[in-house]
Design a protein around this ligand. Structure first.
Ligand code: NGQ
Ligand code: ZN
Length: 456
């Protein structure tokens, strides 16, 4: 019998908006009751401001090991494509132990920064020579172990990656650890399900990597395996991919996915940066989620997502930390809005004229969109919902004198990660005073891996 914990919050963001004096009872991993305007009772743990935890819809965990290490200019002008060469070299150097160590600290950092579930777009499948491990899901099981150790919710997205470019070009040498045929992919999917089975509420989705890495025929076969599970794909992140798509099929990537692959509900198009107005509206109407990764998109020089047109057409979006160069809910949401301000020379772009605050608009939209993308219901702080709760410290100067939606504006635009106090995940308190309970051990293990990689 799980013990019931009761928490009392000065304010909490409920599905109906912020409420004061909120009492939540947690039973096991779920919220068993919600009372508002409730006095704290003896035995309640009393805290400041509660939010439902956000899903991080797109991560490549191993890339955390190279955060900050690709910020030196090479012999030629640097671009996404030269960064990718560096990233491939890292991918070739990492063992399963390395990946587990890096992912464990990363997932602790995500929890400290307000993400309570991660969509791990996982393609580092095979041994360094490209041979399969004895268990084809060896690497997936390391991701699952990292999720288990940190406590973060996991939606594992095993990736199908087969080609180096449009038209089924043979894979490059540097991609050998990612490559699967369709039969191996089906085996990888079932082995991945077994790898996450011990986690309390892990789920699986499918991830054909991109239109560069899969042919139309392969994409159809991967989609046929989905069986209601989410489908994630990178699309139109760089203009070069758009040009290659036009040259190959006469259609742009998002246009092609909507018309030829039936992308819509249950899909997440990651980035979708370069779209025409017509594609933007069509993607919004399709019911797919746009998987925006503002910090990585800035770091890689991708471009600006056409947010106003997408929102006007009713589009759903969430955010992801992608290359994991920097981790934070507030940082991703802030840069999403700031990118629009820089590109459009306007302010408060994400919210409507008489809508809520920009912080609230960003948070509520990303909350709903990312949950849909990761195949979980976005119930928020409500009876029966998972007890995935993030608290903000009301004593932080960025929240001084504020209440309601202004707390989100203060956190996202003024305070950042330092505002986060505690995090409960699946009913367990895993972050206290802004620190994950296993932070120190995870940092030591991470540092040892980085020292080894640097020496190699
Ligand atoms: C990825 N990263 O899957 O990690 C890709 C690059 C590729 C971004 N698209 C790898 N940001 O395209 O093969
Ligand atoms: Zn990605």
């Amino acid at each position: 019998m799980a013990t019931v914990t009761t928490l009392h919050f000065r304010e909490a963001l409920l599905p109906s908006g912020f409420a004061r004096d909120v009492r939540l009872a947690l039973d096991g991993g779920r919220i068993a009751s919600v009372e508002t305007a409730a006095d704290p009772l003896p035995g309640d743990c009393r805290h400041g401001i509660a939010l439902p935890g956000l899903c991080n819809l797109h991560s490549h965990a191993f890339q955390r090991a190279m955060a900050g290490l690709a910020e030196r200019r090479g012999p030629t002008a640097d671009s996404f494509w030269t960064w990718r060469e560096t990233m491939y070299r890292f991918a070739l150097a990492m063992t399963p132990d390395d990946v587990e160590a890096v992912a464990t600290l990363l997932f602790c950092e995500m929890l400290e920064a307000g993400f309570t579930r991660v969509g791990e777009f996982h393609y580092l499948h095979h041994d360094a020579d490209g041979g399969h491990y004895g268990d084809i899901a060896e690497m997936a099981s390391r991701i699952a172990a990292a999720a288990g150790a940190s406590g973060i919710g996991l939606t594992l997205l095993p990736v199908f990656y087969a080609h180096a470019g449009f038209g089924g070009q043979p894979p490059a040498e540097g991609q050998r650890r990612f490559i699967c045929g369709l039969r191996d992919y089906a085996r990888l999917l079932s082995a991945s399900e077994r790898a996450v089975a011990a986690l309390p509420d892990a789920t699986i989705g499918l991830a054909p990597h991109s239109l560069r890495a899969v042919t139309a025929g392969e994409l159809r076969e991967v989609i046929a395996l989905a069986n209601g599970r989410p489908i994630h794909i990178h699309a139109a992140e760089q203009t070069r991919e758009v040009d290659e798509s036009l040259a190959f099929s006469g259609l742009r990537p998002v246009e092609w996915l909507l018309r030829e692959a039936g992308a819509g509900h249950g899909w997440c198009l990651v980035h979708a940066t370069h779209m025409t107005d017509a594609e933007t509206a069509a993607l919004a109407r399709s019911g797919a989620t746009a998987g925006l990764c503002p910090i990585t998109e800035a770091n890689l020089g991708d471009g600006f997502f056409p947010l106003p047109g997408f929102i006007d057409a009713g589009g759903a979006f969430g955010v992801g930390s992608d290359s994991n160069v920097e981790i934070g809910v507030s940082g991703e949401l802030r840069l999403l809005e700031y990118g629009q301000r820089l590109a459009l020379r306007q302010r408060n772009v994400t919210t409507s004229p008489h809508g809520p605050s920009t912080g609230r608009a960003l948070y509520s939209r990303a909350f709903a969109g990312a949950a849909a993308a990761l195949g979980v219901t976005a119930a928020g702080l409500a009876v029966g919902a998972p007890a995935d709760i993030v608290t903000l410290d009301p004593a932080h100067p960025a929240l001084a004198g504020r209440s309601g939606d202004a707390l989100l504006d203060g956190w996202i635009f003024a305070g950042g990660n330092a505002v986060i106090d505690r995090v409960w995940r699946n009913g367990r308190e895993v972050v206290t005073g802004g620190r994950h309970v296993r932070r120190d051990a995870a940092r030591r293990r991470f540092a040892a891996v980085l020292a080894r990689l640097a020496a190699a």
